[in-house]
Design a protein around this ligand. Structure first.
Ligand code: SAH
Ligand code: SF4
Ligand code: F3S
Length: 473
């Protein structure tokens, strides 16, 4: 066995016994006809996928779900630590539960997820929010039923942060939020330690799920009607390194792609340092793989990329993009950018602007640097004021708006296959998405939600397209 091999363990039978015990207790303690849970998820799709496991376990424990915290017997926030703003929102929203707990003391309030893996956060919750009864981090998900049971029966506060960040668990019941759009985690954790990022500290080391388990989950999803499946990992390009028989991400996605059915396959996130030609070729020749690549570059300046510990430079990034554009017709590129990393000058920032002009991304996720406790960049000298960073940030948004508008205008008159996702509340129009992940709004019947349709693009408004349904599909 290779030194870095990580073998999955199954969540043990004991956890299922706890779920049954919780069901018995809640049958007595519930406030309404059925025990109800309110689960709110902050942060990225990894958290959404974790919440789907938690909801699976709660379902097994007899729970139904509500969108109204007032009606719930159990309230859980699954939290994100990636930026200060994300944490502040959680603290604010937890504070707001104080009155609810006073009014209905039998409600059990719990917090989990990335924030809770940080000792200083868990301590603050312990000291400042006495009405929070259960706290557990990402490494404790596999025994959530046991922890919840203790909080229910012992009447004491249960706080647990995992200490083994190399374990991988399988066998969770999963309750997916959507019926045609779904997340499929293929790996957990991250080994990259970008100097600004908290994720490796709160999610542990990189570990990949077995190929056969992923394939059978994908098959199940396709058979039950999922049309848009996103493979998830912090850095999907390094998939397979902890398996007994290592396998590349390109090999994995190409095996999934060979499953018959009418569906789109997406993935996120791809780290530019290991985005291989093999992967780009696989996307190009795939039958179901979306012509979309989310490839966060963070900064266009080599000096800053080095300080970020990203392990690629501007030249390598642009070469990868050029290859993707050459091989994948009409490829849609999206990215993440950090503005105002410590030590970044306006000259560095201009390099970021020039890169986005060169690549012409479909859309961008843009963030102002937020110092994270315990990361190297927290201690870096950061002389640029928040006000100045704000100015740069707005300049970036203006440039991107121009690019997105141009890109979208070039699609007018074209025909696109779209997946109808829902209805826009304000206008009653249908919301759809192209394979390149661009939103299209069109008139049509609600019964089309969850189906693929062909549309002609009629208008472009910034990064949103207007379209008309064609009738033949
Ligand atoms: N694994 C993914 C990113 C996960 S975090 C990747 O490597 O691309 C999502 C995005 O949040 C990052 O791409 C980055 O742009 C942003 N981000 C992470 N830490 C941040 C911080 N401390 N301040 C501002 N933005 C941050
Ligand atoms: Fe964070 Fe970098 Fe890992 Fe992405 S690759 S999760 S940015 S450390
Ligand atoms: Fe946030 Fe954790 Fe995702 S910190 S971005 S929820 S991995």
């Amino acid at each position: 066995m290779l030194a870095n091999t990580i073998k999955a363990e199954s969540i043990n039978d004991k956890q299922f016994e706890y779920m049954n015990l919780i069901a018995e207790i809640m049958e007595i303690r519930k406030r309404g006809d059925k025990p109800l849970a309110f689960v709110r998820t902050y942060g990225c799709q990894q958290n959404v996928a974790d919440s789907e496991k938690i909801k699976g376990m709660l379902s097994h424990s007899g729970f139904d779900f509500t969108d109204t915290p007032e009606d719930a017997d159990f309230i859980l926030f699954n939290t994100c630590a990636v930026r200060e703003h994300a944490e502040d929102r959680v603290f604010g929203n937890v504070g707001a539960l104080k009155n609810l707990k006073r009014k209905h003391p039998q409600i059990l309030i719990a917090l989990c997820g990335c924030m809770m893996e940080q000792e200083h956060v868990a301590n603050r919750i312990y000291n400042s929010f006495p009405f929070v009864s259960l706290v557990f981090g990402t490494h404790s998900l596999h025994h959530f039923p046991e922890l919840y049971y203790s909080a229910l029966v012992d009447g004491r506060r249960v706080f647990e942060r995992g200490n083994d960040d190399k374990k991988l668990y399988e066998g969770y019941p999963v309750r997916r939020d959507g019926s045609f759009k779904g997340w499929l985690p293929i790996m957990y954790g991250c080994n990259n330690f970008c100097t600004y990022c908290i994720v490796p500290y709160v999610r542990g080391r990189e570990r990949s799920r077995e190929k056969d388990l992923i394939l059978s989950e994908a098959r199940q999803m396709i058979q039950s009607g999922y049309k848009d499946i996103t493979l998830l990992g912090q850095n999907v390009n390094s998939y397979g390194k902890t398996l007994e028989t290592p396998l590349s991400f390109a090999q994995l996605i190409s095996e999934i792609d060979s499953i018959e059915g009418d569906y789109w396959l997406r993935f996120m996130t791809s780290h530019p340092k290991d985005c291989s030609k093999e992967l780009i070729d696989t996307i190009a020749s795939g039958r179901h793989i979306s012509k979309h690549l989310h490839l966060p570059f963070q900064s266009g300046s080599d000096r800053i990329l080095k300080a970020m510990n990203r392990h690629y430079d501007r030249k390598k990034y642009l070469e990868t993009v050029a290859y993707a554009k050459e091989r994948i017709e009409d490829v849609s590129l999206t990215s993440d950018i950090i503005v105002g990393f410590p030590g970044e000058t306006y000259e560095d920032f201009k390099q970021t602007l020039s890169l986005i002009r060169k690549v012409e991304f479909t859309s961008l996720f843009t963030f102002i640097f937020s110092p994270r406790k315990g990361t190297p960049a927290e201690k870096y000298d950061d002389p640029i004021s928040a006000e100045e960073k704000g100015k740069w940030f707005r300049e970036l948004l203006d440039v991107q708006e121009e690019i997105a508008a141009k890109r979208c205008s070039s699609m007018v008159g074209k025909s696109e296959r779209v997946l109808i996702e829902g209805v826009k509340e304000k206008t009653g129009e249908l919301n759809a998405r192209t394979s390149g992940n661009i939103i299209v709004e069109l008139d049509g019947d609600e019964s089309l939600i969850g189906t693929f349709q062909n549309a002609t693009i009629t208008k472009a408004r910034n990064w949103i397209l207007k379209g008309e349904l064609k009738t033949e599909e």
